[in-house]
Design a protein around this ligand. Structure first.
Ligand SMILES: Nc1nc2c(ncn2[C@@H]2O[C@H](COP(=O)(O)OP(=O)(O)OP(=O)(O)O)[C@@H](O)[C@H]2O)c(=O)[nH]1
Ligand SMILES: [Mg+2]
Length: 259
């Protein structure tokens, strides 16, 4: 026996088992937690949730069925229209499908100009929906085949607008679902995080992927969104071709159509 143990003989064990902490903490009713009922699941009024969801979809359908008119195309920051309506901007890489999505959501075929040539949208095009919501179709970034000077001019226009627009309620941030978030997307997301501009990622061209491929991109994109402070946690998926996800996008934007 060593000197320490000899000097400090073990105490005899307590004559009753040591109480576990949660057995003795009184609850607000004065009972122990062990006395409290245990519920299998949280109580959720599923019918109420379904009703609210259906109402949001219907509100979205009604707003986006209203008149939608081209207001102006803007090539310089000093030419922006007055910030008098709540505004949503469609942003993303060149060719991500911004103009197509704007047409799909407003149920028009030729409102915004769509092209097979990346870099088609060269100005910020503004559209007013139902005298309630301004929609802005932005030129895409990341298009290699423009001159450095032109690319710098676009970036100045796009980021100047995104950072300084007081009426901007949210950026619909398009990501081509075939590619998922790319380095240039993540760079822009970081800029928006820094400027505290709220954005929601929307995966486009969902019709081009098999379900298993889509699930992988969706998981990646969700994980990317979680790393960004200004990203909305929910991700939408759309196809401008099939109409998939369009009613949900309308509902999400309609919820932002008030000050
Ligand atoms: N299959 C499929 N093709 C799409 C979809 N959305 C867009 N496209 C195609 O993708 C190409 C680019 O679409 P745009 O809407 O012009 O893309 P954008 O982001 O506005 O491009 P920029 O103005 O150059 O930045 C066009 O050929 C579209 O037809 C979609 O949901 N499904
Ligand atoms: Mg475009």
């Amino acid at each position: 026996m060593n000197a320490y143990v000899a000097a400090n003989p073990p105490k005899s064990p307590p004559d009753r088992p040591i109480e576990r902490a949660f057995d003795t903490v009184p609850s607000m009713t004065g009972k122990t937690e062990a006395d409290e009922p245990v519920f299998d699941e949280p109580i959720v009024d599923e019918a109420e949730i379904a009703r609210a969801h259906a109402q949001a979809l219907e509100d979205g359908r009604l707003l986006f069925a209203k008149e939608c008119d081209f207001v102006m195309g803007v090539a310089h920051l000093d030419g922006l229209p007055n910030a008098s309506y709540p505004e949503i901007a469609f942003a993303g890489r060149s060719n991500a499908g911004k103009s197509s999505l704007l047409n799909a959501v407003t149920n028009r075929t030729h409102l915004a100009r769509v092209s097979n040539t990346p870099g088609r949208t060269k100005e910020i095009n503004f559209f007013l929906l139902g005298d309630r919501l301004m929609l802005a179709d932005l030129p895409g970034y990341g298009f290699a085949r423009v001159s450095k000077a032109e690319s710098a001019r676009w970036n100045e226009l796009i980021f100047g607008y995104l950072r300084g627009r007081p009426s901007l309620r949210r950026v619909v941030f398009l990501i081509d679902a075939r590619r998922g978030p790319m380095a240039s997307d993540i760079e822009v997301m970081e800029l928006l995080d820094k400027a505290a501009v709220s954005y929601q990622l929307v995966l486009t061209k969902a019709d081009k992927l098999r379900p298993v491929e889509f699930a992988a991109t969706h998981a990646n994109t969700l994980a990317e969104a979680a790393r960004h402070t200004a990203a909305h946690p929910e991700i939408l998926a759309t196809s401008s071709l099939s109409g998939f996800g369009i009613p949900e996008l309308r509902a999400a934007l309609t919820a932002l159509a008030t000050w």
